[in-house]
Design a protein around this ligand. Structure first.
Ligand SMILES: [Zn+2]
Ligand SMILES: [Zn+2]
Length: 293
C-alpha cells in the first residue's frame, strides 16, 4: 500500500531533477526553490484528496452512464483496438480539460480556485502539484466523465492517465524543450510556461493539457517563435501556506491580509474579483469563445 504515491514521487524526482539541471530554462533556479515545501504538501496531501474525489466522479459517471448510454454501444467502443481508443480518449479528455480550464479563467468565482495554481513564481517538476482540489476534481472530472461513460476500456483510459501524469509534470518542468515540428500538436514546456507567464500578451492563452492543437483550433494559442517566457507571477498576492491557499477561494482577502500588495502596475493586470462585465472586457477572446461555442 502506498496511498500517498511516495514511490512515484521519488521516481519523478530522480528523473526530473537531473533533467532540469541538464536542460534548464532558468539555470539560476534552485532545486529547493521558493515554496517547494508547500508544494510537497500539496503533492502528498492533495494528491490523495484528488484521487478520492476523482474515484467518486468516475463511480457516479459509470452509474449514470448505465441509464443513458446503451450497453451495446459501450461494448463496441470498448472493443475497438487500443491504437484507435487511446488517441480518441486523449482527444475527448483534453477537449473537456480545455473548456473547463478556460471557464476557470473566465468566471471570477472559478478563477479564485484556479489562482492557486497560477500563484507559483518558479516553475519546475513539482509545480503541477499546486492546484486547489476543487479545481482539479472539476477539471479532471469533466475530462474523464465522457470517456468513462462512452465505454472506453480501462486499458485505454489507464494509458491516457499515465501519459497525462508525465506530460503534466514535464510541461511545468524547468526545461527548455520546444518539441520542434510537434509543438503545434502536443503541449510542451514552451507551451505551458507561456500559460503561466505574466506577459500581458500571454494572458488567458494555451489552455490545453495535452494537445496544443486545441488552442490553435480555438484561437487561444500563444507561442511566439524563438522566445520563451521569463517571469511567472500572479497579478495579485495569494497566501503562501497550504491551509490558507485551500481557504482562499472561500474567504478571499480575509486570509491574505499579511501578504504585501504588488505595485499598482501589476495589480491592474488582473482584477481580484472582476465584475462580469469587467471580466468580459479583461478576457475578450475567452468570453467570446465561450458564448460562441
Ligand atoms: Zn490556467
Ligand atoms: Zn500549470
Amino acid at each position: 500500500m502506498d496511498p500517498l504515491g511516495l514511490k512515484i514521487i521519488l521516481i519523478t524526482f530522480v528523473v526530473f531533477v537531473p533533467l532540469e539541471r541538464l536542460f534548464a530554462l532558468h539555470a539560476e533556479q534552485k532545486v529547493f526553490r521558493k515554496g517547494w515545501a508547500n508544494d510537497l504538501v500539496f503533492l502528498l496531501v492533495n494528491g490523495l484528496v484528488i484521487k478520492l474525489g476523482l474515484l467518486a466522479v468516475i463511480a457516479a459517471s459509470i452509474a449514470a452512464a448505465a441509464w443513458v448510454v446503451p450497453a451495446s454501444f459501450q461494448a463496441t467502443v470498448g472493443g475497438l483496438p487500443l491504437w484507435v481508443q487511446i488517441p480518441l480518449v486523449i482527444l475527448l479528455s483534453d477537449l473537456g480539460f480545455y473548456w473547463t480550464h478556460r471557464l476557470f479563467h473566465a468566471v471570477p468565482w472559478l478563477w479564485r480556485f484556479h489562482a492557486i495554481h497560477h500563484s507559483i513564481e518558479e516553475l519546475d517538476w513539482l509545480a503541477a502539484a499546486r492546484v486547489h482540489p476543487v479545481d482539479q476534481i472539476l477539471t479532471k472530472g469533466v475530462s474523464l466523465v465522457p470517456v468513462v461513460a462512452l465505454g472506453f476500456s480501462e486499458w485505454a483510459i489507464g494509458v491516457y492517465a499515465l501519459l497525462y501524469q508525465w506530460q503534466s509534470v514535464l510541461i511545468h518542468a524547468n526545461v527548455r524543450f520546444r518539441f520542434g515540428p510537434l509543438r503545434l500538436l502536443f503541449a510542451s514546456p514552451e507551451f505551458h510556461h507561456w500559460h503561466h507567464s505574466n506577459d500581458r500578451e500571454a494572458r488567458d492563452r494555451n489552455f490545453a493539457g495535452q494537445l496544443s492543437l486545441l488552442d490553435a483550433l480555438f484561437g487561444s494559442l500563444h507561442m511566439p517563435r524563438g522566445r520563451m517566457t521569463t517571469a511567472y507571477r500572479l497579478h495579485r498576492p495569494i497566501p503562501h501556506r497550504y491551509a490558507f491557499q485551500l481557504l482562499y477561494p472561500f474567504v478571499g482577502d480575509g486570509v491574505h491580509q499579511s501578504v504585501p500588495a504588488l505595485p499598482a502596475t501589476e495589480t491592474e493586470l488582473r482584477p481580484a474579483n472582476p465584475a462580469p462585465e469587467l471580466a468580459s472586457a479583461v478576457h475578450p477572446p475567452v468570453a467570446s469563445g465561450l458564448t460562441n461555442r
